[in-house]
Design a protein around this ligand. Structure first.
Ligand code: NDP
Length: 254
């Protein structure tokens, strides 16, 4: 028996990286998980297969975010998957999919790149939440995956932290609005974590050493470090925590 038995979760961007780790952990805790992906269907199917092999339940949903009709496409796929599993409601919504255009300081960031990050990192979570609120059961969970870059200045990629900051504000504002339904809304600020998103940066030994040096616990984060914190927020143990942000960075820049 897992502590999420009978619950249903959607994790955006769970074909790879942190989202995949979250999907696998929530499934291990007993939830039926909708594994969302943008373009990498094979990776999403692999995530779902890994979950099934471990005795969990999952289905995949494809929808590129940040393009017209993104939310409608995702919701249609989600509804079909839920129907196939005899479900119609959702308990846990994790906004994990994110776009980070690195190395784009204010001098060079274009309006198109800015809009692209806004569309994936803010607009999609906002309107996906709006669309799914009627399906989200009272006592449910919304968890936003944010970034340490909302706490420390990283001017080399200025557009990204702006969008994650907005996501955090969305979270605590929504927490007040949804409190009467017992729905908690929190953000998880992620530090340097080894995934495809950071592979290139961390492949440079100087960057690797610098990032480890900035981290109190003295290493680069691994996906389960983040997934375990999300699982806690999704659990009943976190029922009295809402409208806040948990810093899951190993102590970056303390
Ligand atoms: P990855 O690049 O490893 O994985 C990204 C996931 O999001 C994939 O599943 C991808 O789907 C999906 N995705 C990306 N863009 C879109 C899109 N436009 N539409 C639909 N799906 C999309 O990222 P991480 O696991 O590293 O990051 C996960 C979250 O954590 C992000 O929000 C990121 O900003 C945040 N974060 C990560 C940090 C890190 O060090 N890794 C640090 C701070 C925050 P597909 O496989 O189909 O491409």
């Amino acid at each position: 028996m897992g502590n999420l038995d009978g619950k249903v979760a959607l994790v955006t961007g769970s074909s790879r990286g942190i989202g995949r780790g979250i999907a696998e952990r929530l499934a291990r805790d007993g939830a039926l998980v909708a594994v969302h992906y943008g373009s990498n269907e094979a990776a999403a199917e692999e995530t779902a297969a890994t979950i099934a092999e471990a005795g969990g339940r999952a289905f995949t949903v494809g929808a590129e975010l940040g393009v017209p009709e993104d939310v409608e496409t995702l919701v249609a796929g989600l509804e079909a998957g839920l129907r196939a599993h005899g479900e119609s409601t959702l308990d846990i919504l994790v906004h994990n999919a994110g776009l980070n255009l690195m190395g784009r300081p204010i001098e060079v960031l274009t309006p198109e790149e800015f809009d692209q990050m806004v569309a994936v990192n803010i607009k999609a979570p906002f309107f996906l939440t709006q669309r799914l609120l009627p399906r989200l059961r009272d006592g449910g969970r919304i968890i936003n995956i944010s970034s340490v870059s909302t706490r420390i200045a990283s001017a080399h990629g200025i557009g990204y932290p702006l969008t994650k900051g907005a996501l955090e504000v969305f979270g605590h504002t929504l927490a007040k609005h949804l409190g009467s339904r017992g729905i908690t809304v929190n953000s998880v600020a992620v530090g340097f974590t080894r995934t495809d998103m950071t592979a290139e940066v961390l492949a440079d030994p100087a960057n690797l050493e610098r990032n480890i040096g900035l981290t109190a616990l003295g290493r680069i984060g691994q996906v389960p470090d983040i997934a375990d914190a999300v699982a806690f927020l999704a659990s009943d143990d976190a029922r009295w925590i809402t409208g806040t942000k948990i810093d899951v960075t190993g102590g970056v820049n303390l």
